[in-house]
Design a protein around this ligand. Structure first.
Ligand SMILES: CC/C=C\C/C=C\C/C=C\C/C=C\C/C=C\C/C=C\CCC(=O)SCCNC(=O)CCNC(=O)[C@H](O)C(C)(C)COP(=O)(O)OP(=O)(O)OC[C@H]1O[C@@H](n2cnc3c(N)ncnc32)[C@H](O)[C@@H]1OP(=O)(O)O
Ligand code: NKO
Length: 361
């Protein structure tokens, strides 16, 4: 490689680890996010007049928030996303509603999931059965309120009514959506795995090596309420190459990961209607998922053909748009402070700028 190219890449790499860059990224995300949340609030009166139009507008607004984090993964960190799936199913991704059943092992599961949504054009309308606490997270949680995300307290007696109602609301959703379910209900840890396998033993269910015992209520109620609306279940298993445990901070620092996602499309009509049979079906699915994980450990890849979807420019363009809109005013503000003539203001501004440039490593 020519030395000047190597140096250029090195400079970019160093830039990605700089606190100042991180501060700018966070500032752009937070300020644009709050602005978009406010715009979403403005669509409230429209819901009464034209609900479907309000939903479509909110999908676009939601896209503008979520795709910034996606841009961070696919453009800033350059993380590669490989999809293992059969070509016939590939043709249908993004063109139908689906329930996505995904393992939950990594901090950036949600971001990788979003990245696949982006590549198949369903990012703005993507849904999830999420824990209630996430609805209070500024920007993302508030955005989710307008995107009709289904929240649960993970106490079935309290959730039953609200989850069913929220799922019923999605029956006439005007955009194709993927509904994500982490049936394990929480992120995998060795401790949780041990407890969950004790539950499996008590219930006479086969042990799982790589997954927690799935909670079946959420899955069964989702299948029941979205039957006729959703075409298939996408059984998805995610791993990262080289046993990496990726983090959001790693992504922010520009660290490149490699995600491998194995997806099987299972038509919804092949899933039993009876609740206990449906639960049994899910347990069997998780035993199969365990086998796929074993295959990955043994071979470093999933079975089946590789058909990686290309990244699209929209997430990057949206991000650059917000950077242009929001970085200029803050630069002007800092300049004004520096030119203010007040020693205290100038000192504080300089200190602030230096703190940003300072290399914490
Ligand atoms: C082509 C590309 C394809 C795919 C691309 C991939 C993805 C993209 C898709 C979409 C992206 C969209 C969005 C992504 C963005 C963000 C996501 C972010 C965050 C979400 C993460 C979460 O919040 S996870 C937590 C919340 N979700 C869940 O919990 C869902 C699963 N849980 C359930 O379904 C539960 O049933 C419930 C929540 C509905 C109710 O829970 P509860 O516990 O009250 O009731 P249960 O009946 O389920 O449980 C009690 C029974 O469980 C037994 N038990 C006790 N202890 C355990 C244990 N440790 N493990 C297992 N089981 C246990 C207990 O004995 C009870 O048994 P019974 O026999 O009595 O029923
Ligand atoms: C651009 C600058 C970066 C700004 C930071 C953005 C942060 C976005 C946070 C979005 C959070 C959305 C998803 C979080 C996933 C998550 O939290 O899943 C919860 C599950 O594990 C279950 O949790 P638990 O069982 O309670 O451990």
């Amino acid at each position: 490689m020519a030395p000047h190219i190597k140096t250029k890449m090195g400079v970019l790499g160093i830039l990605k680890t700089q606190l100042l860059c991180h501060l700018i990224i966070c500032y752009v995300f937070l300020v644009s996010g709050i602005l978009i949340n406010l715009l979403q609030l403005c669509t409230l009166p429209l819901w009464a007049i034209n609900k479907q139009l309000a939903r479509k507008i909110n999908c676009r607004l939601g896209y503008s928030i979520a795709s910034q984090l996606v841009a961070l993964l696919e453009w800033w960190s350059g993380t590669a996303c490989t999809l293992y799936t059969d070509p016939e199913s590939y043709q249908l991704y993004g063109k139908e509603n689906a329930i996505v059943v995904l393992n939950h092992n990594f901090e950036i599961d949600f971001l990788t999931g979003w990245t696949f949504c982006e590549r198949f054009g369903v990012l703005g309308s993507s849904k999830v059965l999420a824990k209630k606490e996430l609805s209070f997270v500024p920007v993302i949680g508030w955005m989710w309120y307008f995107l009709e995300i289904v929240f649960c307290k993970r106490k079935w007696e309290e959730d039953r009514k609200t989850v069913v109602q929220s799922l019923q609301n999605l029956r006439d959703y005007p955009e194709n959506f993927w509904f994500l379910l982490h049936c394990e209900g929480t992120r995998f840890t060795e401790k949780k795995h041990k407890i969950s396998m004790e539950v499996a033993e008590k219930k006479g269910l086969p042990k799982l090596k790589y997954h927690l015992l799935p909670r079946t209520k959420g899955f069964c109620v989702t299948v029941e309420n979205l039957r006729g609306t959703v075409a298939a279940v996408y059984d998805s298993t995610l791993n990262f190459r080289n046993n990496e445990m990726p983090t959001l901070l790693g992504v922010l620092n520009g660290k490149k990961y490699h995600a491998d996602l194995y997806v099987r499309r299972i038509p919804l009509h092949s899933i039993p209607e009876d609740e206990s049979e449906c639960a049994q079906w899910l347990h069997k699915l998780y035993q199969e998922k365990d086998e796929f994980q074993e295959h990955y450990r043994q071979n470093g890849c999933f079975p089946g053909p590789v058909t990686s979807p290309p990244r699209r420019p929209w997430s990057l363009l949206n991000w650059l748009f917000w950077v242009c809109v929001l970085v200029y005013p803050i630069c002007m503000f800092l300049l004004q402070m520096l030119l203010s003539g007040s020693t205290v203001t100038v000192l504080f501004t300089l200190l602030f700028c230096l703190a940003g440039i300072w290399d914490v490593d």
